[in-house]
Design a protein around this ligand. Structure first.
Ligand SMILES: Cc1ncc(COP(=O)(O)O)c(C=O)c1O
Length: 392
């Protein structure tokens, strides 16, 4: 029976019969799996593409429960959980690419993805070219080479929130024989990757699915058996593993994801609109606002927003003024990551790594993650933060 996202989040991955009747899946920890006899061992040994307990490293029913849930939420066929959001990026890149291949990556990509491309992949003979995330297919087409194997996308981009035209870019990539990877962490269930042409969808479960800033976890989802072979066998060869405790917590996080996200989306929009009306602000980089590059694509392709966005301050302010504002805030933690229940802020001007001559903004930037606190409290805090920015 077809179920909508709220129902899927409440039910996916649960099999009470397998959990002594309890509501939630079991938390299983283990390395060795014991077999009753050699016939049983021989029967399970080759079934590495299935959710079967063979050896702890290959996953157990806690992993499989989360993988089934994420596959359903992403609208895909199979999911592989990974030890972190970053390894949900590096594992499939290593699984699909080989020496001599070429990879296209948006200039707005998450910084550690860029470090991996410029470090490990380069050392292993894979060349990366960075492209402007807002390029149209005709403008991007000349950057494809005969050996371009992957078009990597991240929408919206890290720190600068450009929303990419994934369906159009995917069409181009497929005509050139390249696979389309998407870091779908911001979009979560608001962007359905496979109905928009994506082949490999990546989620940092550390963020909203975890939701409580207490786990590190990732997931990679694919929508064909052929892609599953590439991904699953690559992940096994690399020794990828995710903590069952973290998988169990992510499953628990999924049950409340919809209400948390709805509240954080609404609060984020209120704060973003408040910022947009302030004279200290040049532009708000929130995909749901027209001031964000790709806003029209967001309206076409997404069913909602998260509570993470950027603010560009007026050029008269310096990065040091922004630091003064950040230090003055009382309700915002200063820290990396996002998707937890608590509000965070991070000055991001220095974090933007771009090809020469791109990624230049009117003034200094900061990134805000809006949590579940009272929005009036947050706005009052930001008001006094802006006074500190002005040096008042
Ligand atoms: C867009 C995006 N992708 C991936 C990651 C990596 O997730 P993790 O911190 O679990 O490695 C992050 C982390 O901030 C992120 O913002």
């Amino acid at each position: 029976m077809v179920r909508k996202i709220e129902t899927a989040l409440a039910q996916a991955g649960r099999k009470p019969v397998k959990s002594y009747g309890f509501v939630n899946p079991k938390l299983v920890r283990g390395s060795t799996v014991l077999y009753p006899d050699m016939a049983a061992k021989r029967a399970t040994g080759p079934r590495v593409l299935e959710p079967v307990e063979i050896y702890g490293l290959y996953g157990n029913e806690t992993h499989f429960a989360l993988e089934a849930a994420i596959a359903e939420i992403e609208g895909g066929l199979h999911t592989q959980v990974t030890g972190s959001g970053l390894s949900a990026i590096t594992v499939p890149l290593l699984a699909y690419l080989k020496a001599g291949d070429h990879l296209l990556v948006p200039d707005s990509v998450y910084g550690p993805t860029r470090s991996f491309c410029d470090g490990t992949l380069r050392r292993y003979g894979v060349e990366t070219s960075y492209y402007d995330p807002m390029l149209t297919p005709p403008a991007l087409a000349p950057m494809f080479r005969p050996n371009t194997r992957v078009l990597f996308t991240e929408s919206p981009g890290s720190h600068t929130f450009e929303v990419q035209d994934i369906p159009a870019l995917a069409k181009l990539a497929h005509t050139r024989g390249a696979k389309v990877f998407l870091d779908n962490t911001w979009g979560i269930h608001h962007f359905q990757p496979f109905s928009h042409g994506v082949d490999v969808s990546i989620q940092a479960l550390t963020k909203y699915p975890g939701g409580h800033s207490d786990i590190i976890l990732g997931a990679v989802t694919v929508n064909s058996e052929e892609d599953w072979r590439w991904l699953r066998l690559g992940a096994l060869e690399l020794g990828n593993y995710a903590s069952p405790d973290d998988c169990w917590l992510a499953l628990r996080g999924l049950r409340t994801l919809h209400v948390r996200l709805k509240a954080q989306e609404a609060a984020g929009l209120r704060v973003a609109a408040w910022f947009a009306a302030r004279p200290e602000v040049a532009r708000v980089l929130h995909p749901a606002l027209p001031s964000c590059p790709g806003h029209e694509i967001f309206r076409r392709d997404f069913t909602g927003a998260s509570g993470l966005f950027g603010v560009v301050f007026q050029p008269r302010f310096t990065p040091e003024d922004v630091v003064r504002m950040v230090d003055a805030l009382q309700h915002f933690g200063i820290g990396a990551s996002w998707g937890g229940y608590e509000s965070l802020v991070l000055p991001t001007t220095g974090a933007i790594r771009r090809s020469e001559g791109t990624g230049v903004f009117e003034g200094p930037l900061a990134r805000f993650q809006i949590g579940l606190e009272n929005v009036d409290d947050l706005i009052a805090d930001l008001d006094q933060g802006l006074a500190a920015l002005r040096g008042a």
